[in-house]
Design a protein around this ligand. Structure first.
Ligand code: ADP
Ligand code: MG
Length: 314
């Protein structure tokens, strides 16, 4: 392709909201063999909503939600926002809540006086959060977090979590004073176009893959829904780049599509890194392509553009 053709293609991309950082990136995309998608915020809308809050030890529901929200208040994770929103709603808009305080209604999102004081907060990547309330350890996160901390998950709670996972939801488990106390169910629906894009890639001879830090149960259910067979789950943030490398081993050209801070090493390692425009700045910086419309169809647009610009046969 002539430099003019590359310039024209870059312009066509930009007009469609596909920002391409340089001619090399544009050229590499024609040969892509694997497209690895991050799950949360990339294949899914990244808008987590709490569907369920199940208390298992007889603790008052409001008390349970206050504990969980207090732990998540210091977290930057997208899940944290959803949990806080849910707990706040329960306290300020639910008739059955005893903690409801009429003085603060209407402005509840500003008011954080209902949260408990926490100390020793830490965010544990790929696991959840840990802190101390009333001198007791509070854990909010996945199975890995609880088991690694020596907390036993009762069988009936485990069954409930599996049920959530089978319907593509994620269970967030909670332990207080190292005793299991309850579960929150989180749903994050697929983007409308996700399944069509996956099928479209396959028609182009490209193999779709999904990678996620989420658990295997949820990952399998989401992958099935979107039509992806090749799944890597429970991948710690540092491991996503290793997944990219494993697909590059035989010389295959690999594209990675992601939105999170977690995804940036993988975006940088891939032959073609594609960041979702609504994603974090770190991801956008690490990528070769930015999909400004946040629409996965633009993964296909980008590859098509490269093929049309560089293939000899038109
Ligand atoms: P992803 O690849 O889905 O972005 P992360 O590595 O951010 O995954 O998180 C993996 C898993 O760790 C989440 O699915 C969740 O179960 C758990 N987790 C992480 N952060 C939190 C948090 N702040 N609260 C509860 N659970 C969390
Ligand atoms: Mg993500």
């Amino acid at each position: 392709a002539t430099p003019t053709a590359v310039m024209v293609a870059t312009g066509v991309g930009a007009k469609n909201g596909v920002l391409i950082k340089g001619g090399d990136a544009l050229e590499r995309a024609q040969k892509v063999k694997y497209v690895i998608f991050d799950k949360t915020g990339t294949l899914t809308q990244g808008k987590a909503t709490i569907t369920n809050a199940k208390v298992f030890n007889g603790m008052d529901r409001g008390e349970f939600l206050t504990l969980v929200a207090s732990a998540e208040a210091s977290s930057e994770h997208p899940l944290a926002k959803a949990i806080l929103e849910y707990a706040r709603h329960f306290h300020f808009f639910d008739e059955s809540s005893s903690a409801k305080d009429s003085k603060h209604h209407g402005n509840s999102s500003e008011f954080s006086g209902w949260l408990l004081e926490v100390s020793d907060f830490s965010a544990l990547p790929g696991r959840g959060v840990r802190c101390v309330v009333d001198g007791k350890r509070l854990l909010v996160g996945n199975r890995r977090l609880l088991t690694e901390s020596g907390v036993t998950i009762p069988q009936h709670a485990e069954n409930f979590v599996v049920e959530l996972e089978e319907s593509a939801e994620t269970g967030i488990l909670v332990a207080f004073d190292d005793i299991f106390i309850g579960v929150l169910g989180v749903a994050d629906p697929l983007k409308r176009e996700a399944a069509v894009v996956v099928q479209g890639l396959r028609k182009m001879g490209i193999r779709p893959v999904m990678v996620t830090g989420d658990n295997w149960g949820t990952a399998r259910a989401v992958a099935k829904e979107v039509g992806i067979q090749d799944v890597r789950a429970e991948v710690l943030p540092a491991g996503k780049a290793d997944v990219v490398h494993s697909f590059q081993k035989d010389g295959s050209v690999v594209a990675m599509v992601g939105d999170g801070i977690n995804d940036s090493p993988a975006l940088a390692s891939a032959d073609i890194g594609m960041a979702i425009g609504a994603g974090t700045d770190v991801a956008i910086e690490a990528a070769d392509y930015v999909l400004m419309r946040n629409n996965l169809e633009d993964v296909i647009t980008a590859i098509d553009l490269s093929r049309k610009t560089f293939s000899r046969i038109r």
